[in-house]
Design a binder for this molecule. Sequence first.
Ligand code: NDP
Length: 332
Amino acid sequence: MTTNTKILLKTKCEGLPEESDFEKTEEEIIEPKEGQIKCESLYLSLDPYLRGKINGRHISGAIFPGELMTGEVISRVTSSADPAFKKGDLIISHSGWQSHPVINAADASKIIDLGIPISTYLGILGMPGLTAYAGLLRLAKPKEKDVVLVSAASGAVGSMVGQIAKIKNCYVVGIAGSDEKCSWVTKITSMDECINYKKENLTEKIKKYCPQGIDIYYDNVGAETLQAAMEQLAPYSRVILCGLMSQYNSDSMPAGPNPAWIIKARAIVKGMVVYDHEDMRVDFLSDVSKWIKEERIHYLEDITEGLANAPAAFSRLMRGLNTGKTIIKIND
Ligand code: NDP
């Protein structure tokens, strides 16, 4: 008999998450009550914000030991007790790290078939894609020939920021953590340059590739990377603070970069929270699906097979060892 496999948080991670911080349980699959749907999970998204939830520092609330790990999931409806859904529908919801969830129909959205692989609804056509689209176009407002610098440039958010900036005719420099990632950034996406910050001197390379200064810095990392970018800001530049990969695994918050650079550049600094930009979703889906079909947007997915391997994949993501959008394939 098929059971519902669930992965729970076992202990509040100390530093980097380990596989032993999670535990697997099995339970009988329940039948949906009125207004509910029963689903088979296909793809689970692993995202850095989950580490913030474990720390109790994320805007969407905390996850406590003993609770089901949360996360966005693409599922197939296997039986429905709600008139809006039928068996076979593909949906997206926050049903978490479980194989056969029963969820409230009101919490699910049907996936529109745009002729693009459905896993992309967790990446370039999903939350990370909207983060890049809204953060760049609405908050940073790129102009033609702007110099754009983006960190974690091969990742789900960063690769979209860089490629959308290229579509808007900007000059784009990525920052990434390996030669392989940099090679993908410059050879497969259209970004102009990429700095391997683990091997090269970041400050020197930013000066080399952005001699007139940076007009837009899209920050996914914080700490030294943010500091190095701020030192080369152009007058009236925009800095979008989107993520803090450098500090999610730490219990304390490090001191920030020196504000002298913001004053000197008369820069505008904006914090990005994707939940504020839901109103852009229709334009986002229309633009990005068109760009994908025109082959102007490329994407990398880091897919691990099997729900039981989600803790190991999450541990890799939080060490920066992923290449592209981190996804768990649960069922076909
Ligand atoms: P990615 O696919 O980019 O994966 C994270 C990457 O961060 C790693 O692969 C690694 O790439 C890089 N990184 C840099 N420094 C570190 C470090 N110290 N430890 C670990 N990794 C590091 O993830 P996402 O695209 O999903 O997310 C990118 C950022 O955007 C995250 O900070 C995330 O929290 C943020 N975000 C913010 C949202 C918002 O609303 N504000 C919404 C969605 C995401 P490399 O090897 O190249 O350094």
